[in-house]
Design a protein around this ligand. Structure first.
Ligand code: PBG
Ligand code: ZN
Length: 319
């Protein structure tokens, strides 16, 4: 008789035939750096996540370095916001200063810089606003300036998350013109207009003050369109593509993995907060759930996992 259970009889045998193993070098940890001094502010909706000012960030950066994960995704929270997101492309802005500090003191850590205007605009939208509309083409030069400024500060990878059309090509051209021909772009290619982002907007102080992001982020119902977005970003010369959020969109991850490009998933804030809340109530086993979720993302085809669980997971993967 065919007995599938033969290979399940003990841990060593199960380990031998295990198809999918997550490695900590595949994990990226998102961090929030606030302008100012002496800040370590908990994000209430994301237990275990804090905003740090640069002068207080060594504790965080040392734990990332010693965890053995590959790097971090940086979000800056500026003091000054305006209509055109000036702080986003100020060479002395909080994100630029933080990147310089990290690259000087932790040179081995990969620094991925999120490129989007929403943390820097007074209205909280990811692009330029006219008459309550988010205008695509006027946003592209601002994103390009931001990308160049972050690359100049030392960012290893530029990661546009704004969902404007044509931004990968615009950013690539700007990077190349400014001598950053070797700086890769990780594009948030299939980024869905998801309710799973709400804890992040507390963390990054980036909630839109009117309307929503549905005119630029994707409709969660559209799997085929997601592939067209991904293929278009590849054509615009994205080096790494991304699907976001992760768990509710693993079908898209699976299909995107067939394109054969490096593929990232973003295990977003709401996905994290749900696990943390249930774990705090004693309803689930946090470690087992997190490792099961990360394995599912990898099994679907992700090569890179951006997750707020990264530091815990790195420890658990060693045990
Ligand atoms: C900003 C941005 C968002 C996230 C990453 N970059 C939020 C948004 O689009 O509102 C979400 C990350 C998360 O929920 O963890 N463009
Ligand atoms: Zn944004």
């Amino acid at each position: 008789m065919k007995r599938f259970r033969r290979l399940r009889s003990g841990e060593a045998l199960r380990d031998l035939v295990r198809e999918t193993k997550v490695h900590k070098s595949e994990l990226i940890y998102p961090i929030f750096i606030a302008d100012g001094e002496n800040i370590k502010k908990p994000v209430d909706s994301m237990p275990g996540v804090y905003q740090y000012s640069i002068d207080c960030a060594d504790e965080l950066l040392q734990s990332i370095e010693s965890s053995g994960i590959s790097g971090l995704l940086i979000f800056g929270i500026p003091k000054y916001k305006d209509e055109t997101a000036s702080s986003a492309y100020d060479d002395n802005g909080v994100t630029q200063r933080a990147i310089r500090y990290i690259k000087e003191n932790y040179p081995k850590l990969l620094v991925i810089a999120d490129v989007c205007l929403c943390e820097y605009t007074s209205h909280g939208h990811c692009g330029v606003v006219h008459d309550h509309k988010i205008v695509n083409d006027e946003t592209l030069p601002l994103l390009s300036k931001m990308a160049v400024s972050l690359a100049k500060s030392g960012a290893d990878i530029i990661a546009p998350s704004d969902m404007m059309d044509g931004r990968v090509a615009a950013i690539r051209e700007a990077l190349d013109k400014n001598g950053f021909i070797d700086t890769p772009i990780m594009s948030y290619s299939a980024k869905f207009a998801s309710s799973y982002y709400s804890p992040f907007r507390d963390a990054a102080e980036s909630a839109p003050c009117f309307g929503d992001r549905k005119t630029y982020q994707m409709d969660g119902a559209n799997g085929r369109e997601a592939l067209r977005e991904i293929e278009d970003d590849i054509a615009e010369s994205a080096d790494i593509v991304m699907v976001k959020p992760a768990l509710a969109y693993l079908d898209v991850v699976k299909e995107a993995s067939r394109l054969g490009y490096p593929l990232a998933v973003y295990n977003v804030s709401g996905e994290y907060s749900m696990v943390k809340a249930a774990a705090q109530n004693g309803w689930i086993d946090e470690k087992k759930i997190v490792l099961e979720n990360l394995t599912a993302m990898k099994r679907a085809g992700a090569n890179i996992i951006i997750t707020y669980h990264a530091l815990d997971a790195a420890r658990w993967l060693e045990e």
